[in-house]
Each structure stands twice: as structure tokens, then as C-alpha cells.
Design a protein around this ligand. Structure first.
Ligand code: K7E
Ligand code: CUA
Length: 649
């Protein structure tokens, strides 16, 4: 905040200087000066201010890092704020060559294999909602979780090295959406469902939709010590076939509870080809859908006793009937085709936006609890109590057309994205609920993300508008356009767009923004021979002085080291038909001294960061000579960093 203010003052100082010098008459001393440059480039005062607010000098660091999902690129992006520089694309569900992720390396292939669907190898994902790990409701900078909508999976990224450590597959679902979200101390990583289907992706005709199709919300137990989800302590909960959508977890006042919107209370099953209303109509017939209100704390307690759960594919789940009997699950009507559901930083309210309704609705958690205690409401067709709207609603205000997602600053200020209005609205909640202002964005904003926005204490200085359409904003690069991520300064009374970032590597949906100084990533791996996937030295790692090739019948095992600017050994001789296990260790200790390893003809590429040990295995199918080489331009003699794999017929 202080820094922003300072930047603001500098901008004002620069501009007043501009005003005093009064333009071009005294050009003698001004050649190349800021005002000359601004004039030459046709920049307005607002442009100059925006530039000063976002510019990070060469070698300077950003104040925040935004983790944005990458949509169907299957990755996650780390972006510096306010510079909006892309710092890293982190591969999660999709193999990626630069990071040597899932292209030959045994450990990363195994990570991806854990996300396969039955016998089918799945090698891409659709990431939507990243969640940073939290301690007492505040981002702690240790882990990042991300869902895969296309595969009902969750990825776990360790922020010590920004690498994907684990993928878990939801055993009940083949598709998800309302995740990931973490409980305030990251005991649980929550993955909400979306489109209903029979359990586990089994078959049942559509005329059994109401009876057999379901959604399953997953509660993944996170073991912070191990840095992994513990599948053996995780569980699911069966939900009706309304399309559950975004969820958010309660905090402070509402700790222990969670809230998921939904959008198909009609239980429409489509069929435009048979003369039925298409989904876009069928799903929007009712005036209200259902906010699902779930007591996760009690659910975890109930699920810990096997007598209370059913199991499927070895995973326990709480049936809807049990959830009703144990008061774990309630519904609340929410206006037309809702999308976001967001809990305020104090945990007192849940904000819901109806895409086809110009209002946001604020529900009071206290009123929800009162209605539950009073026994108010009638059951839905599955017996789940629908709490009366009037009893739990706190306020409704009109914010504009197509409201989707809400984020928060401190002091009772909220921001809602307006997909149809191409804008972000700023409004107030608490004692008074009112619209304050609206800032245009370009165009069709989906999610918005505020600095530390999902914590109990948002920072209130930056907000990013993740826009779906770019149309005329950038140089045309063919019919597939980048997304447009716009940075807004929200430290000022009326928020302003101060940067447009073309995102040309995927479609971010949601993002979270953390203070950069909370991240404590390693510069190099702690020890030579480090296995990033076990978090320890690999007992089988190749070590300096112990490089060798060992043969045992048809099995050949190779221990190789890499250091500027050679591999040891450089020439490896094997025979066609051999089964090869190959270990390589980068024995460098210097910051940034990464080597790559490419083996042509074998679909193998590795990235070996300082200290890292990796293993790959293959069967030598074809004889020939293959020039392996280092793919990172690591030194002046990088081109010499190569060798021969000779495969004798
Ligand atoms: Cu609105 Cu998947 Cu959160 Cu896209 S979702 S925008
Ligand atoms: Cu090592 Cu290039």
C-alpha cells in the first residue's frame, strides 16, 4: 500500500514537472526526458501514471505473485504483479518439454499416470481454480492446489520448487468444477462436482437421470508434513443432480461450513436433436437454483466412522440420506443461473451472483444458522431442507449485467465481475449495501482476483480482471486470440485499468494473488542427488566419481552426471533389445545452472536443475547412433555438452 502511494506521488510529481516545463519550447535540456518520451509516444497523463505504477526496473522484483489457472493448457501460470510479467508456467496435467514434465522421466510420468482414467492414459487437463495453502485463513506460501475439470482430478504443487508433486483422481466423478478450495488451515482440499452422471462414470440411460445421476463433492485430506493429499483419509459426499458450481469455504464466523452454487435445479437433460429445449434454455427455466450449504467439519467427523459411509472404488462417501439425517446438507434458493459464491473476509456473508440477474445476493451466515435451528423450510425432491429465501437473505443490490464472481478488499468493499457489461463493479456491504462505482474492462470478464483476496485480510491494492474476449486489444496473431488479463489499481477511489497483459498460453479462469515475500522457494536443490518427488536424496542417484554402466543380462543400468560442460560418461554402448534404466544427476551447486537432457528418437526430455537427480527407462527397440545433448544453453561450451548412445544391432 505504502509503495503504491509512493508510486502515485512520483507519478503526480512527474506530471506536475511536465505541466511546469510546459512542453516543447525548452527542449534543450529535455531531450530524452520522460516528458519528451511521453509526448513522442502520444501517451496521456493517465498512461504515464499507469506506466509508473506498473513498471518494475530491470533486476527489480514484483510485490505480488499471481497464480492463474491455465484452462485447457492443463498448467498454472505464475505472474508478477504489478509488472504482469509471466514468471513461470507450471505443468500439472499436461506434459511439458521445457520442465521435462511427463516426457520420459519416470517420476513425472508416474505423477501423470496416477491421474489416468481406468486403462486410458490421460495426458491433458482443464485447470480452473487454484487454491493457495492457508494457515489461520491467510495464504502461507507453501502449497498450491488446482483442479482439472475435464478429469475430476486435483494437482498438488509444492512452492519450494514450483513443481507438481501429486495428482489424485476423484474415484466418483469424471468431471468437476467447484474446486479447489481449502479450509482455513488446509486440513482439507475441497473439490466440488459439476455435471451429474452415474457414480464412477458408469452407464445409465438419461431417463434414469433423477434416480441415478449424481454429483459427488470430494474432501481430500491434506498431510502438510508429507506435502501430499492422503487418499486413505479422504471421503466424498453424494449430492443431487443439480449442477453444483463454484464453492467457497467459510472462515471466522462461518468456519466449519462451505457453500456451493448450482445451476440446474430443473434437472434438464437436453436433447435439442429430439426437439427438447437445449441446455441453455432447459437449465434456465426456474427462477431460482440452490446454494448448497454443507457442514464440512461435522461431515469429516461422520465420515471417520466407516459405519456411516458407503464405499465406491475403495473410497468412502456420505450418502445424501445420511447427510440429511446428520444435518450436514441444506439448500438455499439463489437467483437465476448463479455462478460465483464467495464468502466475505469476516465470514459473515455469502455472496452469490445470478448470471441472468443484475443483482448480487448476500446471505447472512447467522440467519442461515437460525433457520437451520428453527427447522424452517420444506424438503426438495431428495428430502434436503430448502431454507426459506426471506429468512436467510441479508441484502440484494443491483451491480450490473452478468455478474459472475466477487472479490474483496478490506473495510467492507467488494468487487464483482460483470460479464455482459464488460466491467467490474465496486460496492459496499455490511451495515449498508450499495453500489459505489463501475470500471470498464475489455472484454467479458470472467473471474477477478484481488491481492490476498481470499484471505481473512485482503490487501485492497490490486485486482486483476481475467477477460474472456480480447478482440481488438492486441496485434492479430491469427484467429485464436490471447486472453486479456487487465490489472486494476484499486487503491484509489475509482479503480482504474493500469495494464493489459496478453495471455497467449492458455485460458486462465481463476487466480489467487499472494505477497511475494511469503514465497520461500529454493534457489537450488538442498543436496546433490535430490529427488524432487520424494523430497530426499535418491539412494540410486548418480554421484560424481561413481559414473558407470552396468549390464546384467538384457538389463543395462547407467549412472551419469552432468556439469558444465559435459556428461560423464559421454559415449554409452548398448545392444538392441536391452532394457535400459538411466540415472542422471546435475551435480552443479550454482544458482540457475540447469542442464537439460534430450535423447532423440526416444521421446525423452529432462530438465535437471542444480542438484536434481532423475531416472528414465526405455527398451532399446531400434539399433542406431543417437546424439544425446544438453537442451539448456548452459555455458560457452554448451554445444559440446553431448554424447553418443550407440545401440548395436
Ligand atoms: Cu467462472 Cu470455471 Cu470459475 Cu471460468 S469458471 S470464468
Ligand atoms: Cu548443459 Cu547446455
Amino acid at each position: 500500500m505504502k509503495r503504491l502511494l509512493l508510486v502515485g506521488l512520483t507519478a503526480i510529481a512527474a506530471l506536475s514537472l511536465y505541466a511546469c516545463t510546459g512542453g516543447d519550447d525548452d527542449s534543450g535540456g529535455l531531450t530524452g526526458s520522460a516528458q519528451e518520451i511521453a509526448k513522442d509516444r502520444g501517451l496521456t497523463d493517465a498512461d504515464v501514471q499507469a506506466a509508473l505504477k506498473t513498471f518494475v526496473p530491470s533486476g527489480g522484483r514484483d510485490d505480488y505473485v499471481m497464480f492463474a489457472s491455465g484452462g485447457h493448457s492443463g498448467s498454472v501460470f505464475a505472474i508478477g504483479i504489478p509488472s504482469m510479467r509471466l514468471l513461470k508456467s507450471i505443468a500439472v496435467f499436461t506434459p511439458e518439454a521445457w520442465q521435462g514434465y511427463g516426457i520420459g522421466g519416470s517420476a513425472t510420468e508416474a505423477t501423470l499416470d496416477a491421474g489416468n482414467f481406468n486403462d486410458t492414459e490421460i495426458r491433458w487437463g482443464d485447470t480452473h481454480h487454484p487454491a493457495l495453502s492457508e494457515t489461520a485463513g491467510d495464504y502461507d506460501g507453501q502449497f498450491l492446489f488446482i483442479n482439472d475439470k475435464a478429469g475430476a482430478r486435483v494437482g498438488v504443487i509444492d512452492l519450494k520448487d514450483f513443481e507438481t508433486k501429486q495428482i489424485v483422481k476423484n474415484p466418483f466423478s469424471t468431471i468437476d468444477h467447484g474446486g479447489t478450495f481449502v479450509t482455513p488451515d488446509t486440513e482439507w482440499v475441497i473439490e466440488g462436482p459439476q455435471y451429474a452422471h452415474p457414480i464412477g462414470g458408469a452407464y445409465a440411460p438419461l431417463d434414469q437421470y433423477n434416480e441415478v445421476y449424481r454429483g459427488y463433492i470430494m474432501f481430500w485430506k491434506f498431510d502438510r508434513e508429507a506435502g501430499r493429499i492422503d487418499e486413505s483419509r479422504s471421503f466424498g459426499m453424494e449430492l443431487p443432480p443439480y449442477w453444483q458450481d463454484l464453492c467457497d469455504v467459510g472462515k471466522l464466523d462461518s468456519a466449519g461450513w462451505l457453500f456451493c452454487g448450482s445451476l440446474n435445479s430443473e434437472r434438464a437433460t437436453g436433447g435439442i436433436e429430439s426437439g427438447n429445449p437445449p441446455f441453455e434454455v432447459g437449465v434456465s427455466q426456474n427462477d431460482t437454483d440452490f446454494l448448497h450449504v454443507i457442514n464440512w467439519e461435522k461431515a469429516a467427523e461422520i465420515a471417520s466412522n466407516a459405519a456411516n459411509t458407503e464405499t465406491f472404488n475403495g473410497m468412502p462417501y456420505i450418502t445424501t440420506d445420511t447427510a440429511i439425517a446428520e444435518d450436514l446438507l441444506f439448500l438455499v434458493p439463489e437467483p437465476k443461473s448463479p455462478h460465483g459464491s464467495d464468502v466475505t473476509p469476516d465470514g459473515k456473508f455469502v455472496i452469490v451472483s445470478g448470471k441472468l440477474d443484475p443483482t448480487i445476493t448476500g446471505y447472512s451466515f447467522a440467519k442461515i444458522q437460525a433457520a437451520i435451528s428453527a427447522g424452517s423450510g420444506d424438503p426438495d425432491p431428495y428430502g434436503i431442507r430448502i431454507l426459506p429465501f426471506d429468512e436467510v437473505m441479508e441484502a440484494q443490490i443491483e451491480v450490473g449485467l452478468g455478474p459472475l464472481h466477487t472479490q474483496f478488499a478490506g473495510n467492507g468493499i467488494a468487487y464483482t465481475s460483470l460479464f455482459l457489461d464488460n466491467a467490474v463493479s465496486k460496492w459496499r456491504f455490511g451495515d449498508t449495501w450499495e453500489l459505489i462505482s463501475t470500471t470498464p474492462t475489455q472484454y467479458n470478464v470472467g473471474h477477478i482476483a484481488a491481492a490476498e483476496g481470499d484471505t481473512v485480510s485482503p490487501d485492497g491494492n490490486y485486482l486483476v480482471s481475467l477477460n474472456k474476449w480480447a478482440t481488438d486489444r492486441f496485434t492479430t496473431v491469427g484467429p485464436l486470440l490471447p486472453q486479456n488479463l487487465q490489472l486494476l489499481d484499486i487503491s484509489i477511489e475509482t479503480p482504474q485499468v493500469i495494464y493489459d497483459m496478453a495471455m497467449g498460453v492458455g485460458e486462465p479462469h481463476y487466480a489467487q494473488i499472494i505477497k511475494a515475500d511469503k514465497l520461500q522457494a529454493w534457489e537450488v536443490y538442498p543436496e546433490i542427488g535430490w529427488d524432487p518427488h520424494t523430497g530426499a536424496v535418491d539412494p540410486n542417484a548418480a554421484l560424481p566419481g561413481q559414473e558407470r554402466v552396468e549390464r546384467n543380462g538384457n538389463n543395462v543400468e547407467i549412472w551419469m552426471t552432468a556439469i558444465r560442460s559435459h556428461f560423464t560418461p559421454e559415449n554409452v554402448e548398448i545392444k538392441a533389445g536391452d532394457k535400459v534404466t538411466w540415472h542422471i544427476t546435475n551435480i552443479e551447486r550454482a544458482y540457475d545452472a540447469t542442464h537439460g537432457f534430450a535423447l532423440p528418437g526416444h521421446n525423452i526430455t529432462l530438465s535437471l536443475e542444480p542438484g536434481e537427480a532423475a531416472t528414465f527407462e526405455f527398451e532399446a527397440k531400434n539399433s542406431g547412433v543417437f546424439n544425446f545433448y544438453c537442451t539448456e544453453f548452459c555455458s560457452a561450451l554448451h554445444l559440446e555438452m553431448m554424447g553418443h548412445l550407440l545401440i548395436e544391432p
